[in-house]
Design a binder for this molecule. Structure first.
Ligand code: HEC
Ligand code: HEC
Length: 176
């Protein structure tokens, strides 16, 4: 990562992760006494600091990486193990195989790096330059919960929408 691109990447991360960071913050707020089951699910989890970030800013904490990863998984409709290799030697307490998050052998992890770089560039080099643009492009903008989003199929309206009615003498909707 070039030092010069750090700040704009951090900005993109802020966009990409805002919802989850906010959710995390409220979960840590002091809470009234709860039943046993609720207490268990609210017990704090810690995430180790990342060791192999190549496209995300290297100074992200383990918690920040985790929040971004959850967002990627939901945006694409896949689980962590689609991109991360199983550790055949270890099983987590919940009985599922542990994942070797720093390992780079799955092709989908490499594709996700390319996709992240593309998304960051779209925002920094294009969306940010449109006057009054508010919403950044995220993984979900295109993927909509699907790893292979269906192509958009145009439904040509029988009648042109009123606001775009063609000028007299021309036929059919005008595509601009
Ligand atoms: C679409 C692919 C994809 C999915 C799904 C995904 N990850 Fe990742 N993950 C990546 C990529 C790519 C990186 C490396 C980012 C980089 O190079 O900056 C990464 C990095 C990580 C790291 C940091 C590893 C290190 O030490 O450098 C952790 C931890 C992690 N992911 C956890 C998760 C968890 C937990 C989930 C499920 C909630 C998940 N990931 C889902 C692609 C994915
Ligand atoms: C501008 C639209 C767009 C954005 C934004 C976008 N993607 Fe994609 N992505 C695509 C398209 C199109 C494909 C190809 C789908 C196919 O092959 O069916 C794709 C493919 C992928 C694949 C490859 C799937 C495979 O089979 O290996 C991964 C992984 C992926 N995207 C992850 C991401 C992640 C993570 C983000 C956000 C950081 C992201 N994408 C943002 C459009 C986008």
């Amino acid at each position: 990562m070039q030092p010069s691109s750090t700040s704009r990447s951090t900005l993109a991360i802020a966009f990409l992760a805002t919802g989850f960071l906010l959710a995390g913050t409220s979960a840590q707020a002091p809470q009234a006494p709860q039943s046993g089951a609720e207490k268990l699910s609210a017990s704090p989890r810690t995430f180790p600091a990342p060791t192999n970030l190549q496209v995300l800013p290297k100074n992200l904490s383990g918690q920040q990486v985790h929040d971004i990863m959850e967002q990627w998984a939901y945006s694409l409709g896949v689980r962590c193990d689609s991109c991360h290799t199983e550790d055949l030697d270890g099983v987590s307490p919940d009985g599922r195989p542990r994942l070797k998050f720093a390992d780079d052998s799955k092709p989908m992890k490499k594709n996700a790096r390319i996709m992240y770089t593309m998304t960051d560039k779209i925002n920094a080099d294009y969306v940010a330059k449109v006057d009054g643009s508010g919403l950044p492009v995220t993984c979900g903008t295109c993927h909509r919960g699907e790893i292979s989003p269906d192509p958009f199929t145009m439904q040509r309206p029988a009648q042109p929408p009123a606001a775009q009615a063609p000028t007299a003498g021309k036929e059919g909707p005008q595509l601009r």
